[in-house]
Structures are given as C-alpha cells and as structure tokens.
Write a protein that binds this ligand. Sequence first.
Ligand SMILES: [Zn+2]
Length: 140
Amino acid sequence: MKYDYDELLKRALDALPKDIVVRERFQMPKGVIFHEGNTTILKNLGEIADKLNRDIEQIFSYLLKELGTAGEIDGERAIFQGKIPENRLQERIEKYVKRYVLCRECGRPDTKLIRRNRTLMLKCEACGAIHPVGGKIRKE
Ligand SMILES: [Zn+2]
C-alpha cells in the first residue's frame, strides 16, 4: 500500500473542526497614573479608550463623576484635580470596564453601546446578549 504524505496531511487537516477561533484573553487595562502638584494625571487614557473601543470623553466623564472631581483631557492624557490615590483611580477604570464594556453573559469585551427607547444598552457581538447598562452586575 502506498501512502501519499500530502494526501494524508490534507485529510488530517480536513478532519479538524473549521470553527476553531483562537481568542486572546481579555486583559484589564492598567492606568499609568502619577501626581503632578495638586493634580492626578492618567497618562494613557487615550490608549485605554482605543483598547476598549470606547469614546475617550465618555470614559473621562464617567471617571470625573465617580471620583467627584473636575478635570480636563489633554490629548491622550486625563488631568484630574486633586491627588487621587492610584488604586482608587484604577478601581474606577475597572468599574467602568465591567459596567460599560464586558458582556455579562459571556464576559467578552466585544460589545457596543446602543440606545433603545432612551435606555443605554450593552450589545455583545460575541454572543448576541443585550443588557441595559447600569442594571445589576453579576458578582464575580
Ligand atoms: Zn456576550
């Protein structure tokens, strides 16, 4: 019996499921934070916004509200009034991600914010789930 290597290889590959998709694990973005005088600077807000596929101003206004302070966006950076402890700011970034980015069904970050009847909803492109933003968040 004659074995044709190429033929065998082709058969082996054909036998593999076609829908194997390798997805990279979601990593919580980490803020690069430092203090300058009486302000707190989040150096990589632009990068975080890009990574999360969200509007930089939306994240910024959420952070201002959560931190109860004023501030401004300066290019890629966010500048907050007052000395905000690094871990406090980091926690708020994570809270934003859990609330506005991660799907509560499947935990994927492939989501979009949509408006339905004036309610802000999170629509997951990975599993199709739709949840209102600000509803109860499942405990980790
Ligand atoms: Zn999902």
